[in-house]
Structures are given as structure tokens and as C-alpha cells.
Design a protein around this ligand. Sequence first.
Ligand SMILES: Cc1cc2nc3c(=O)[nH]c(=O)nc-3n(C[C@H](O)[C@H](O)[C@H](O)COP(=O)(O)OP(=O)(O)OC[C@H]3O[C@@H](n4cnc5c(N)ncnc54)[C@H](O)[C@@H]3O)c2cc1C
Length: 360
Amino acid sequence: MYFPTQIDAILERMQNIDPVKYANSRNYVDGAVTYLSPYISRGVISTQQVYQEIKKMGLPWGRTEKLIQELVWRDYWQQVWNEKGDAIFLDLKNKQEPVLNYQIPKAILEANTGIIAVDDALEQLFSTGYMHNHMRMYVAAICCNIAKCHWLVPAKWLYSHLLDGDLASNHLSWQWVAGAFANKKYVANQENINKYFKTNQQRTFLDVPYEDLLTMEVPNKLQKTVPFTVNVELPKQKKYSLQNRKTLLYNYYNIDPDWYFGQEVQRVFLLEPSFFKKFPVSQKSLDFALQLTENIHGIQIFVGEFDALLQWVDSKNIVFKQHPTNKHYKGTEESRDWMTTSTGYFPSFFKFWKKAKNEL
Ligand SMILES: Cc1cc2nc3c(=O)[nH]c(=O)nc-3n(C[C@H](O)[C@H](O)[C@H](O)COP(=O)(O)OP(=O)(O)OC[C@H]3O[C@@H](n4cnc5c(N)ncnc54)[C@H](O)[C@@H]3O)c2cc1C
């Protein structure tokens, strides 16, 4: 699993998606998933762009609907974040219960749950920064519903490792699995993992009937829990020469090489220490984002808080894209690309989807 950072390779990946195969196989370990999320999450491409690419294929709606629906899931979580703001870091709809601790199972950090498919996927996450959607659900279910850890710490841990780390898609999915943003908790047993991850394992702590999964004691393997910490080291500030003129502000969530493409403007990639302290990411994830900035001609990296940038550039010269993490920026805010005109908080995805589907 390889995630190139040159824009040509990224666009080629987008042009080669197969919505039809996707629909039949996305839940399987070797399914025809797109591997586009690291580029969507880092703002290199948008869900709207992927949607336009799908439309160009001229396939009947029914054969592309599944992939389009997943792209709409992403927009949905973004809208929830826009509306709810920092409330997404708390149990949003229901209190997660029971909760035994605010830590993460040590076995997860050490890829040592004893479940082969899960441990292999954890190793792969550490080496590539990617994990399959279905496996993310299994891992979240193990942490929240089997080990009974509150979802927030394990969510922060996964977010830090993912190249596609996105606080809405990640934290809200964890809440969904833990029953904090859904009416029931998600669980899966060993048989389900064997089917979708093509293993043939038995006698693990998940090798039990479904009705026992939510009521069983925390298995020995998951009893030891630990806090999660990571210290992110931002790059050393290189020399920069900033002028007080029109400045496009990029950040961890907006590395769009197409933004004002070809125009003579100043471009700054802002790395705010306070943001990365609050939401730390792995070195791998940060390096990936830095490599993506190489697609943007003339971009300068500024390691510091937004207010420090104002010493060089007046806010009236600053342009940035709307995002919940940007609320303290000053200047001209531009909207992001969305797939549809639906905005606001919809309590359930399917209400959002119904409206989106009509429009699409
Ligand atoms: C516990 C958990 C944590 C997650 N954390 C993140 C995260 O931090 N960042 C992130 O981008 N996604 C996250 N997801 C959603 C999903 O797992 C990934 O978007 C998907 O696996 C990325 O791989 P892909 O690009 O091959 O997806 P594909 O299956 O090819 O889907 C195409 C695109 O649709 C969107 N999409 C697909 N599935 C989902 C979904 N369930 N929710 C929202 N959007 C979706 C993504 O933008 C993805 O790139 C999480 C899911 C779970 C269950």
C-alpha cells in the first residue's frame, strides 16, 4: 500500500477508481477501495472532484451509488463538525455506557490482540498510515465495546497514525461504533472477521456468539490499558521571506495545489504548534502532509501561531478556506468544495443522504 505525493500520481489514482467493483467488494480486505482518503482529508482533492470523475464514466446511477454514498458520508461528517464544533469531542447523542476507563488497551498499541487479522492490520497501520474501513470498525469495537474504554482516547490514537486523519470522520465514526452517535453499538465476532479478512482463526476472545459480545467480561488480552501520548515535532523553521501582499493560507486540512493555480500570490503553509499539541499526529502523517505541499509552487512553511503571521501580513491580505479548525483566522474566508448544497446538522446520515441523492 503506497501513497504517492506527486499530484500527477494522485490524479491518476482518482481517474482509475472502479465504482462497480467497489460496490461489490468494499467490505473485504482486498476490495476495490479507492485509497483516496489521504488526499481528500489533506484537502488535495475534494469529494466533488471525485464525484465529477465518477460522472464522467457514464455509468448508470445504480452501479455508482455505493461509492457516491460513501463520499457523501464524508461530507455529512464535515457538516456535523461545522455545526457542532468542539462538541464532536464529547458524546454527541448518547452517553457511552458502560465505560471502565479513559485509556486504550495496551494490546492494541502493541499489535498483540491475538487476532491475526487485527494484529496484521495494526502493523500495517504503523508502517503505512492506512487502515481498511471495516478493520477500523473492528478495532473501534474492540476498544469501546469489548474492552469498554471510552472512545475519545483510542480515537485520538488512530487519528494520529492515519495519513487520512480527519477529526470529523474519525471521531464521529468512533462515536458511531461506541453507540454515542447511534442507537446501538457496533460489534463483530471472529467469524465476521474471518469472512471479510480471509482468515480462518478460532478460539480467540471474539470467537463467541453475537449475543454474548456485549455482555461478556473484558477478555484478559484487553485488561491492561494505558494512556495515549505522542509528542509531535514540527519541522525547524527555515528562512522565509514574507511580504505584506495577498497571501493564501494553507494548513494540515488544506493542501490544494489547484487553489489560485498559476496566479502570482504569496502562499504560506501554516503549522500551528497549539493545534498539533491539541491534536497530535505521527511523524509519518506530518511528513506526508509536508511532502504534499511540494505540489504547490513557491509555498513557504511558517511554523508558528496565526497571530505571529500577522506581524508580516495584514489580515486584509490573508485568504483561507472555511474549516472548523480555522475559526481564529482573520482575513477573507472562502468556502470549501462540497458535493451538494445541503448544509447544517442532520441528526441522521440517511436524512442527509435522501436530500443529497435527490440533488445528485
Ligand atoms: C473508526 C473509524 C475511523 C475513521 N477515521 C477516518 C479518518 O480519520 N479519516 C477519514 O478520511 N476517514 C475515516 N474513516 C472512514 C473510512 O474508514 C475511510 O474514509 C476509508 O476507509 C478510507 O479509505 P478509502 O479512501 O480507500 O475509502 P473508500 O472506501 O474508497 O471510499 C471513498 C471515499 O469515501 C469516503 N468514505 C468512505 N467510507 C467512509 C466512512 N465510513 N465515513 C466517511 N467517509 C467515508 C472517504 O473520503 C473515502 O476516501 C473512519 C472510519 C472508522 C470506522
